[in-house]
Design a protein around this ligand. Structure first.
Ligand SMILES: Nc1nc2c(ncn2[C@@H]2O[C@H](COP(=O)(O)OP(=O)(O)OP(=O)(O)O)[C@@H](O)[C@H]2O)c(=O)[nH]1
Ligand SMILES: [Mg+2]
Length: 291
């Protein structure tokens, strides 16, 4: 199934939740719409989280009827032996084995073997950082909807139906917001940094966003293919910022965030500095592009 996507002109200054931060986050019912996953897959739905949208009116625009057969779930995998079986089993269960799974792998442990045993397509690549792996993983399949995730059991694969449903309702990008529910399993330094990144990006874009560095998002493939990506450690922020400033319908959906299984691959100081630099660079590039 394929659809043509045009950026929505005039959405550049739209607020992603249309309201001030404190009121909205304390009272989600005030400004949010709900995502009902039931039409994506009745057996695995049940998501009740709220969706914050920058779309003034998403009705009737680019709505589709994608199923799990149209979905690729992709990830970079780097020595994720402790988590990969759980992550792939969750995807299999939630999508009834219908989603395609692609892992771009740089591991020296048994991660790629476990991935293949679970039916994933494995692309081997020297470890070169998060963004190099994830961009390759996003580009490898050709299904029209792509979901990224980390292979560390932190992200709720149970929400895949809700993400797909939001795409079917007209979203171009659906972004899992880990900070909405507090992200208590996230190290305090990272949590502080992620709030700061969202604040900086919001200020520079003139649009409120809440979690710029989340690893779990759904994208329409055409959006991915229409934009040139430049960042590595900061790719996650770039994948949110460029579509948003260009007027695509980007929605943030609150998600729970679990404890990481296995070792982190991100150095908090070095990685954090790289992400901050990416956010400033990408926001300024996109604002200049608007002139
Ligand atoms: N192939 C490949 N995958 C990578 C590389 N760096 C990170 N990854 C994967 O990218 C995903 C994100 O890395 P994480 O270590 O979870 O980074 P993070 O989410 O910022 O940090 P945590 O809070 O510890 O989860 C994981 O699935 C990693 O295995 C790399 O150089 N190559
Ligand atoms: Mg992670």
């Amino acid at each position: 199934m394929s659809q043509s996507i045009e950026p929505r002109t005039g959405a550049e200054t739209a607020d992603i939740d249309g309201d001030e931060e404190p009121a909205d986050r304390d009272d989600p019912t005030a400004t949010t719409e709900r995502v009902d996953a039931s039409t994506a897959d009745p057996e695995t739905s049940g998501d009740t989280d709220e969706t914050r949208s920058n779309a003034r009116d998403a009705s009737g625009t680019d709505a589709g009827h994608f199923t799990f057969d149209d979905l690729s779930v992709v990830m970079g995998t780097y020595n994720e032996e402790a988590a990969i079986a759980t992550v792939l089993e969750d995807i299999e269960r939630v999508t009834n084995g219908r989603a395609e799974v692609v892992c771009v792998d740089g591991s020296s442990d048994r991660t790629p073997e476990i991935a293949r045993e679970h039916g994933a397509t494995v692309i081997e690549q020297e470890p070169q950082g998060y963004g190099v792996a994830v961009e390759a993983a996003i580009r490898a399949p050709d299904r029209p909807v792509v979901v990224t995730t980390d292979c560390d059991d932190t992200y709720p694969m149970e929400r895949l139906p809700a993400f797909l449903e939001a795409i079917n309702d007209g979203a171009d990008v659906v972004s899992g917001d880990r900070l909405y529910h507090g992200a208590e399993t996230m190290p305090v330094f990272n949590r502080f940094g992620n709030h700061a990144f969202a604040g900086i990006a919001s200020f520079l874009m003139g649009t409120r966003v809440h979690d710029t560095t989340t690893g779990m998002r759904a994208y329409r493939r055409e959006v991915i293919e229409s934009i040139e990506w430049t960042e590595n450690t900061g790719l996650s922020a770039e994948l949110l910022i460029r579509p948003l400033v260009r007027g695509y319908d980007v929605q943030e959906v609150p998600i729970p965030y679990g404890e990481r299984a296995g070792e982190t691959k991100l150095d908090p100081i070095e990685g954090g500095a790289a992400i901050a630099k990416s956010i400033v660079t990408v926001c300024l590039e996109e604002r200049l592009r608007q002139l």
